[in-house]
Design a protein around this ligand. Sequence first.
Ligand code: PMP
Length: 428
Amino acid sequence: MQYKRSHALFAEAEKVIPGGVNSPVRAFNAVGGTPVFIKKAFGAYLIDEDDNQYIDYINSWGPMILGHAHKPVVDAVIEKTKLGTSFGTPTEIETKIAQLAVSMVPNIEKIRFVNSGTEACMSAVRLARGYTGKDKIIKFAGCYHGHSDSFLIQAGSGAITFGSPNSPGVTKGTAQDTLLARYNDIDNVEQLIEANKGEIACIILEPVAGNMGCIPPKEQFLQKLRSLCDANNILLIFDEVMTGFRLAKGGAQELYDVVADLVCFGKVIGGGLPVGAFAGRSEIMDCLAPIGPVYQAGTLSGNPLAMAAGLAMLTELNSDKNIYDRLAEKTAYLHKGCEAILNKHKIPHTINRIGSMISIHFSDTDVVDFETAVEGNNDRFKGFFHGLLKGGVYIAPSAFETWFITDALSYEDLDKTIAACDTVCSTL
Ligand code: PMP
């Protein structure tokens, strides 16, 4: 493979865009080399500017659950575009997607659309504070909830990858209102609540962590959080930006049968356009402006093109009875295949998987939280990443990300991926 055009484009980009990228996770700084510039994508594949083709496991970091350029989504956006791209007034399609989302997800009565997962989480926390009249929040080390100030405390995703889990620019005042807990450690949460009695507005978490690799919740962890929240008048916020409409129609709430008070969405809900949303019971959501005092707004929120993409995506997911089983079966197949290869080459590893989320950590201890996630062998990951890339398989350029399986992947693609894994593992 040659990357001549990607190299040239990156050199140009670096001159005018910090690091040459508009989101750090796209950079190759953690794995070495320069990022590949993509010019188009279809189904399970990406085509780069030098015409190299890859089987894609990033899938725009989650949204493309049905594959790239999925026809019903593309057609819906094209048709909407012809009618004008933004009006700054209410539109019918906002209500349609809201109705559909509310019908698919348990325990939500009202939903507000924003433009990103960051905005969704930031707004949900403000709403929780406004509703409860309390200031502090609990987040978990290694969970990522976007780049708003309160969350950049031991954050996951690019924040761990680039060694800045606590970002400069976040004031001490903001940081001190964010209490940090260990993922999957209920005793730790209980201690924090005890030590900050009556001061905690909400607990926010990824119900399945996806930003330190994939880490499912331990048995009863989510249920116990629910009980602690109920006993202490704390709102439980599920950040389902990754898991929403991915693990099940109703996301992690449905899969684990746990009720959250507020739920944040992003990624899949926008079908690849910039959409986020947060949702909950009317009693809480009605605290938002214009009917309540908690302010939250957006010039392009509910944008018609974004809503058209999202509505087409959710409609497809809602009408396909077997989609989540199919995705889980493909993911299990990949797991089994990669596991056999890693064992064959005697490479220490832990594979975590749930539904269509999977990750490989190069460590043989159980990966259950931030501390165990960072123990993996990152040098080995770099070789693994570049070997796969050369073999036509595109995974995230960081050991702390989840691979996303899409419905567009065929078993032939999965076999090719496993074969590429075999080739690279023989060199590690
Ligand atoms: N929450 C989670 C769980 C995420 O994975 C992400 C993005 N990876 C976000 C929030 C932030 O979403 P966005 O990048 O759309 O702002």
